[in-house]
Design a protein around this ligand. Sequence first.
Ligand code: F6P
Length: 616
Amino acid sequence: MSKRANDGSKKLRGALMTTRGAPGASFSEGEPPALISTTPEWDALKRHKEEIIDGTHLRELLNDEERNEALTAEYNGVYCDFARQRVVPETMEKLYDLANAAGLKDKINAMFEGEHINSTEDRAVLHVATRAPRDKVINVDGKNVVPQVWDVLDKIKDFTDKVRDGEWVGATGKPLTSVVAVGIGGSFLGPLFVHTSLRTCPEAAEGARGRQLRFLANVDPVDVARSLNGLDPETTLVVVVSKTFTTAETMLNARTVRTWITASLGKEAVKKHMVAVSTNLKLVSEFGIDPDNAFGFWDWVGGRYSVCSAVGMLPLSLQYGFDTMEKFLEGAWNIDEHFATAPFEKNLPVTLGMLSVWNVSFLGCSARAILPYTQALAKLAPHIQQVAMESNGKGVSIDGRPLPYDTGEIDFGEPGTNGQHSFYQLIHQGRTIPCDFIGIIKSQQSVYLKGEIVSNHDELMCNFFAQADALAVGKTDVELRSENVPTFLIPHKTFTGNRPSLSIMLPALNAYSTGQLLAIYEHRVAVQGFVWGLNSFDQWGVELGKVLASKVRVSMSQKRTTGELEGSSDGFNSSTTAMLNRYLKGKAQLKYAEAEDVFPCDLIDSDECRPPTSYV
Ligand code: F6P
């Protein structure tokens, strides 16, 4: 494919030194860079879409073997087929040209070189350093951070070995076999995704025998009940995970679980039963967790990009053992190196990212479905929802100018075949939603039944292959007529086809390939943000709701204390005031009785109330 993909970045780097206003210059001082939509490369893609792509159908495109072969890429076992995207090889060349016009290579380099590319927070973006091998040098502000990363990893190995070997025991001398990880957003979704991915992986599960890992994320007593239900404080270790250690939900949950521990084991037990992961070690210590039991990370690791730091490595190493989790880091680093060095046309995250840019910005698709054909990836979509939507759901460029084009996409997904029996109707005959199909060649678990023509996993994968073609090829009225379908049903049974998807196949799903998959998605998101010219690493959009919730909290407490609801001017609009007052009236008591610690989990004793398997 395009040689320009390779040469362009060098040319562009040269150009950046002399040309102000190029889109790629977004990290340099001076005149603001031109928005990508004003470049000739963007215009060329628009024309290409109108002249070539609009008049083609995937049904015909898929008949071209040469094209199909050109639209695949493979790296270290990860096979990617994008022949069912609405592209021809020329489209890919033009997309790589657009990437060059956006200065993509320089932006990737700037990330790996520790430049403060998260400019609104004045931070480097170096989650790649959290999985770098010991001998790598990655500088932030002139200092190699890899030794710090490994200091924490060594501490995690040491601590988790001790807990798992029963050398570190609880306050009453019992081994700590249950872990509750308290955290939300990036301090929850990534670790939950990896845990769900490894639970049924034979090698990983071997290391988890006799242990359980649960998560407490939502600030909801129902989630408290579900995560603590049936646990014994004497054998439970709590890991409080919060980058800032100020997140309201996490801190209330942490105080709740601390009380749950101290109520039965006494205050001193916190030292043995609670540890923390945070960048804010001062607040960890003020909370009452021994600083020796705190595992740090750094402001250059974004929350949603933090699963390879202690955020994921501590709870997951407690569950599976450090050696297994080290393989996860190796898998992620394998893709990091590929992302940093491979030419664009062979580079999986770049290619997938550019295809997403194509689907969103040129084909006008505003959503993306993530459809893994393995139950073990059930939590991939929720994790990528945060990684992608918090990163690229922005309305302004990195230097604050309103963007004249939509960015980001609405991510959702479920494992196949469950999704097929849920929302696939809409993606086959309703809106056009580009799909990521993810298949595994060797299942984590085997079921073969005598007399069946395929194994259970084969059956699952038959759907993986079939769905992508059903979306792409569709079914015409002519075909329906030839099958004697009654005329009135023909419109209902017609499938337009021409609906884009891409397929990713992994040889097996284990710690290593989970790391690879994670890094592919993380970097793909970064590619999209780099090309759209926005900051994929801040998240100001989550702040306003948090501030308003604080105001509601103060007002709710005041109203409850005074018992005055009627005519109170609480500063909210009348709609909010009415709802708030109705809520307070509807509660059993307006004033709290003398404080008493209540743990709903104590009330639950039936199997139906046990936490859903995805949380356990
Ligand atoms: O939802 C906003 C957010 O800041 C996320 O970016 C982050 O992952 C989450 O809150 C949790 O933050 P913390 O780890 O600081 O508790």
